[in-house]
Design a protein around this ligand. Structure first.
Ligand SMILES: Nc1nc2c(ncn2[C@@H]2O[C@H](COP(=O)(O)OP(=O)(O)OP(=O)(O)O)[C@@H](O)[C@H]2O)c(=O)[nH]1
Ligand SMILES: [Mg+2]
Length: 543
């Protein structure tokens, strides 16, 4: 650029070759007067000044571009390992205003989580045989709430244990019947929010997955490897379809939940979904005019009214010792999935309920595809100027084929292994133990040659649940015989997992000098997680 401009404004008097047509065109006119010559020289000087200024700006921009690093972080791990929750922690830490502005958008997701937990309890206490499926029925059951499937000591999913009806079942079922319709409405609203793009909500068939008991390989398809972003699938968020309700057992409905199992409801990108609900689907006249907080509680059709009316019965159901006993017999631990809100029914179903940060962190919405989140660190940060791109992927098996296209263009991977899940099986394949699946995935990631120079950070997650589980007497060696007769306390077990995952990295990494940063985490714990995120050495060292 600089050379080209200098040619356009040459110092006068320099000899030029007349064979060069450009030089010939720039020659002063043959009978130029002294005034014309002065004007021409002044114009040439001005042009050179402008040209030099542009050159300086180009150089500055180039310097700035080089200074401004883009760090790409990929969140990996099986479904329900805590990837989206970790992304939420990044958002809360670095873009708190945006996170807070979006909190209201999570209201319907939280309602749906609560309603589904109630439905799972009703199914568990029901005497009907279809609520106690056998192992063979699991082939097509990716719609089950995943963490609900616990392996009992006889090796069968515990929810397969049948039982007689719990006293009061009929009354609970009758009084909570409005929640069935509400569940359908919530799913319909979440999959069809009132904004243009989300109107395109579509029903996606699950991509084929043909393996039982084996993880698919994480190789990059050749088409994807070549083309970078263009080969990446569109980001989507999916709402796991309902089980018996969505299977259509409660009559025909135009709702998208009336899908056969194995199909997912998807809406375009998180931002559209959040935007649609942040605006409020049911605004009261007051909010529409005054720009005040939406007064959804004034809208008689808002879901909060059904929930509010059913709240006392929901509380009774959850507190009923007979119900708790049945859940224990079936080893259904709702607190390990979306059951968190069961302890908060009164607050969550209040008419003016506004989700807290914690509620949003614990809200469960399955990710389908890959969601990208970009943020720059604040000017005061020592990492100012660094732009972070975090990719949150769907972790269920049919989703994993979407990971590989991101491998050749990433700086760091945060891999989440939920170590509390040693007695659980995958929702998408109940023949596979969740911990085994995490080991398998970890091995595939750390051994992948495309990732050999990528920083690897391992979050051994759900330590809070692990602690509780061990304290409740669940023994690791019953599910993982290699643990032998080591002590079954939290310190020993967590240390064992740390060593085991660390040793696997050491054995399988193609880059023996790579350091692997391992953290024991509970990513729903904001204080601890944010300390790890901001102090992590891996964060400073990101290439
Ligand atoms: N108690 C507890 N719950 C957690 C922890 N990490 C995640 N969860 C909860 O587990 C559920 C699943 O977490 P997500 O972050 O949605 O899981 P994910 O890995 O994104 O799952 P997919 O999107 O299906 O791949 C959510 O309800 C979280 O609140 C944890 O450390 N402790
Ligand atoms: Mg997710």
């Amino acid at each position: 650029m600089a050379n080209h401009r200098a040619q356009l404004a040459p110092p006068s008097g320099r000899r030029r070759s007349l064979s060069d047509p450009l030089a010939a065109a720039l020659l002063p006119p043959p009978n130029e007067s002294p005034e014309q010559r002065d004007r021409r020289l002044r114009a040439e000087e001005e042009a050179k000044k402008r040209s030099d200024h542009i050159d300086r700006m180009i150089k500055e921009n180039e310097k700035e571009r080089r200074r401004k690093k883009i760090v790409k972080v990929l969140l990996l791990g099986q479904s329900e390992s805590g990837k989206s929750t970790t992304l939420k922690q990044f958002q809360l830490l670095h873009t708190p205003a945006a996170f807070h502005a979006e909190r209201i958008a999570w209201r319907f997701v939280i309602y749906l989580n609560l309603v589904r937990s109630i439905r799972r309890i009703l199914e568990a206490i029901s005497p009907e045989p279809e609520t106690a499926p056998g192992l063979d029925d699991y082939d097509d059951m990716d719609y089950l709430e995943p963490a609900a499937i616990i392996i009992s000591s006889n090796g069968r999913p515990s929810s397969a244990v049948a039982g007689a009806s719990v006293p009061g079942y009929d009354s609970y079922r009758r009084q909570l019947a409005p929640l069935r319709d509400l569940e359908q409405r919530l799913i319909q609203q979440l999959s069809d929010p009132e904004d243009n793009e989300s109107r395109q909500a579509i029903r996606l068939p699950c991509p084929p997955y043909n393996g039982h008991g084996h993880s698919p390989s994480l190789s990059v398809p050749s088409s994807a490897r070549l083309t970078g972003d263009a080969a990446r699938p569109l980001p989507r968020i999916s709402i796991p379809p309902g089980s018996s309700v969505s299977g259509g057992t409660h009559g025909a409905s135009s709702s998208p939940v009336a899908l056969s199992p194995g199909h997912e409801i998807a809406v375009h990108s998180t931002s559209n979904w959040r935007k649609a609900f942040a605006l409020g689907r049911n605004q009261s006249p007051k909010s529409a005019h005054g720009g005040e907080l939406q007064g959804w509680w004034e809208d008689p059709h808002d879901p909060v009214h059904v929930l509010n009316r059913c709240a006392p019965v929901m509380i009774d159901l959850w507190r009923d010792p007979k119900v708790r006993q049945r859940l224990a017999e079936k080893r259904l631990r709702l607190e390990e999935s979306s059951g968190f809100y069961l302890d908060e029914i009164e607050r969550v179903t209040a008419k003016m309920y506004f989700p807290t940060d914690d509620d949003v962190l614990k809200a469960r919405l399955k990710t389908n595809g890959v969601v990208e989140h970009t943020f720059s660190l604040p000017k005061t940060s020592e990492y100012r100027g660094v732009e972070w791109k975090i990719y949150d992927v769907g972790g269920a098996r049919p989703q994993r084929q979407a990971w590989a296209p991101y491998f050749d263009d990433v700086n760091a991977i945060i891999f989440l292994a939920p170590i509390s899940a040693f007695d659980q099986v995958l929702a998408e394949d109940p023949r596979v133990n969740r911990l085994e699946d995490s080991f398998e995935l970890w091995k595939l990631v750390v051994s992948n040659p495309l990732l050999s120079t990528v920083n690897i950070i391992l979050f051994l997650n759900k330590c809070d649940l692990l602690k509780k589980k061990l304290e409740n007497g669940v023994r690791l060696n019953q599910h993982m015989p290699s643990y032998k007769d080591r002590p079954n306390d939290y310190d020993s077990v967590s240390k064992y997992f740390r060593l085991k995952f660390g040793a696997m990295h050491h054995t399988f990494t193609p880059n023996k000098s790579r350091e692997c940063y391992i953290h024991l985490t509970s990513v729903t714990d904001t204080r601890k997680t944010q300390t790890i995120i901001s102090n992590g050495k891996w964060f400073r060292d990101a290439p």
